[in-house]
Design a protein around this ligand. Structure first.
Ligand SMILES: Nc1ncnc2c1ncn2[C@@H]1O[C@H](COP(=O)(O)OP(=O)(O)OP(=O)(O)O)[C@@H](O)[C@H]1O
Length: 298
């Protein structure tokens, strides 16, 4: 069996009275595109910081490609690239200087060919000589991605990389991250854009209150938790309600169903009872719905 890219066992972390991580177990295989989701304060950043050796857990162990992040810190850190959530930079350096300095931290010299490739892929070539303080927020975020990649880490963790990034840049960023994943890099992503997670991630863990409350392939999560919906606009909503419809967005009633076979009888009942159908639409299960259901039931 190949070594997991990330192994997290029984990790706990307290900040005073607050239990930020309450015993997290997680194994992520090499080559996965993995999503770590959860509401604000669920513990995602704390877990990532523990992985990067920036936060020391109270209990449990974390490994990157078989290297313990505490006892074998240097080897673990070399194999990991973290794109942090916070934009923190030294404003006096240019983009290229920043990336050279970052390479230096890992003892890598003569890294300019790789730096050029990263800059090109992130559409930053024209900004290479600009000072960090002159860059827009979205561009700074792309430099953070570049910084995490200078040492060609096999495992890349991105903590909300697309916050504040416009649509075009976001797509460009994902194209590049997907390419890295195809080339064999393991990707771990946290995001509040559930649509992005749904299209990109093969497997997802959901955290709530510092615990993993759901862990499965994206396809299974969609199938297991989410139902389809039939939304109708009718002349007499009270009749639709008496048939089990619940209020949806402005003026719409929603019926949840498991199989398409249920739709025809439901429409027939609406007709027979004189609900007066005006408009209808079908909704596919999506990760947002799954997320809401999981968070409610956990
Ligand atoms: N340095 C710290 N000192 C005290 N409490 C902290 C510290 N860092 C995090 N916390 C708390 O730990 C909990 C988990 O925070 P964390 O940042 O890991 O959540 P998150 O899932 O990343 O949230 P978000 O989606 O908002 O980024 C929160 O309640 C937070 O307030």
């Amino acid at each position: 069996m190949t070594l997991p890219a990330i192994r997290i066992s029984g990790v706990t972390k307290r900040y005073g009275a607050l239990q930020a991580l309450g015993g997290v177990d997680l194994e992520i295989e090499q080559g996965e595109f993995f999503g770590l989701l959860g509401p604000n304060g669920a513990g995602k950043t704390t877990l990532i910081s523990a992985l990067a050796g920036l936060v020391r857990p109270d209990g449990g162990t974390l490994e990157v490609m078989g290297h313990d992040v505490v006892s074998d810190y240097r080897n673990a850190r070399r194999r990991l690239g973290v794109v942090p959530q916070e934009l923190v930079f030294d404003p006096f350096f240019s983009v290229r200087e920043m990336l050279r300095i970052q390479s230096g931290y890992f003892g890598i010299r003569g890294n300019d060919d790789w730096i050029d490739e990263i800059l090109a892929n992130l559409d930053l070539t024209a900004k290479a000589h600009q000072n960090m303080r002159a860059l827009s927020g979205g561009m700074k975020r792309r430099v953070l991605v570049a910084q995490a990649l200078v040492h060609r880490p096999p495992v890349i963790v991105l903590d909300e990389p697309t916050a504040g990034v416009d649509v075009e840049l976001r797509q460009g960023l994902w194209q590049f991250i997907r390419k890295l994943n195809r080339d064999g890099h393991t990707i771990v992503l946290t995001t509040h854009y559930l649509e992005e997670a749904e299209t990109l991630c093969g497997r997802i863990a959901m955290l709530k209150g510092g615990r993993v409350v759901a862990l499965d392939s994206t396809a299974n999560l969609l199938q297991r938790f989410a139902t389809h919906t039939l939304s109708v606009r009718v002349e007499r909503p009270e009749i639709a309600a008496s048939l089990g419809g619940v209020n949806g967005e402005a003026g719409w009633m929603e019926f949840a169903f498991e199989s398409y076979h249920e739709v025809e009888p439901l429409l027939a009942r609406l007709r027979e009872t004189g609900a007066g159908l005006i408009e209808m639409r079908l909704g596919e299960p999506d990760l947002e719905r799954v997320f809401v259901e999981v968070m409610h039931s956990a």
